[in-house]
Design a protein around this ligand. Structure first.
Ligand SMILES: Cc1cc2nc3c(=O)[nH]c(=O)nc-3n(C[C@H](O)[C@H](O)[C@H](O)COP(=O)(O)O)c2cc1C
Length: 309
């Protein structure tokens, strides 16, 4: 029988399949329901120090089957309210808070807050505005030094998963900078910078104008970025685990990421139609391993890398 258990940055998980941030995690009730689907861990939506109202609608549009464009504006109740409302330590699976801020200092305050509330690890959303950007477009995870500064500021309080943006020329350099700064794991990818247009209304589809692409169309991009991260970490002699995501909608998609060297995965967009699909994907992974004669995830992790050496 396949053994799906993994230890990730000191955390024991029943299986390597997690709920991605921002999808099916907007209330404690939905999080509870996702815990019952057998996810290995649940990532919360991004939490900021102060409440954020989010952008005007439309905030999410399915632009092709299974592919979404969204600009939610990271709506959340702020750290204090979040800690009052959301269970960090009482669900049957680990809950991993996802943090977002504008500066390393603010990130450190968030990390200290969730650590004091019992979180064992946090994911830091580095697709946030670069603190020194004089204009709106630049993200922290587009600058290896800025990303490393956030990792260094937060790891003083608890281990962190650095979540990277695919909107860079060389994601491997950013991943290595985060690993060097002490990241317990790297997760990728966040959404791809995108724009879609309503020809009838002659305006952008989303209330915010620009948005991010997620779901099935981005899977090959996610796979390539994860492979590049794994290659870069290996080359720099870091054994930092990688959490792959982007467009996963089946057990075969999970396998694809694991073959590219990911230790675990997260799933977002594809669960929106049917949260119970999480259980089917987990079962499917075990069945695939049984059929292939693999007992441990490590037996096939990174198999694709030899094609690129
Ligand atoms: C509606 C929506 C909201 C999201 N909110 C967040 C968020 O709050 N924080 C974050 O780090 N990522 C957020 N993401 C990105 C996802 O966690 C994930 O990185 C991305 O969607 C790729 O995975 P998927 O194709 O399985 O959805 C959001 C994605 C979507 C579609």
């Amino acid at each position: 029988m396949a053994n799906l258990r993994i230890t990730l940055a000191g955390l024991d998980l029943d299986n390597p399949i997690m709920l991605a941030s921002g999808i099916l995690d907007s209330t404690p009730g939905i999080l509870q329901r996702m815990a019952e689907t057998g996810a290995g861990a649940l990532i919360t939506k991004s939490i900021s120090l102060k409440p954020r109202p989010g952008y005007p609608g439309p905030t999410t549009v399915e632009i092709a089957p299974g592919t979404w464009i969204n600009a939610m504006g990271l709506p959340n109740p702020g750290l204090e309210e979040f800690l009052n409302e959301f269970p960090l330590t009482t669900l049957s699976v680990p809950v991993i808070p996802n943090l977002v801020a504008d500066t390393p200092d603010e990130f450190a305050k968030l990390a200290a807050g969730v650590a004091a509330a019992g979180a064992k690890i946090a994911e830091i959303n580095l697709s946030c505005p670069h603190p020194k950007a004089a204009y709106g477009g630049s993200l922290t995870a587009q600058d290896p030094e800025a990303a490393a500064a956030v990792v260094a500021a937060t790891t003083k309080h608890l281990p962190v998963i650095a979540k990277l943006t695919p909107n860079v020329a060389d994601i491997g350099t950013v991943a290595v900078a985060c690993a060097r700064a002490g990241a317990a794991a790297i997760s990728a990818i966040n959404t791809l910078a995108a724009l879609d247009v309503d020809p009838e209304l002659e305006r952008p589809l989303l209330g915010n104008g620009f948005g991010g692409l997620s779901g099935v169309a981005i899977r090959p991009i996610g796979l390539r970025k994860v492979l590049e991260i794994v290659q870069a970490l290996n080359h720099a002699n870091f054994d930092t685990p990688v959490i792959g995501m982007g467009g996963i909608s089946s057990a075969e998609d999970v396998v694809r990421y694991l073959l590219c060297g990911a230790h675990s995965v997260q799933i977002g967009t594809s669960l929106t139609g049917d949260p119970e699909h999480m259980s089917a994907i987990t079962r499917g992974l075990a069945e695939w391993m049984d059929r292939k004669g693999y007992r441990e995830l490590a037996d096939f992790r990174g198999r694709i890398l030899e094609w690129f050496s």
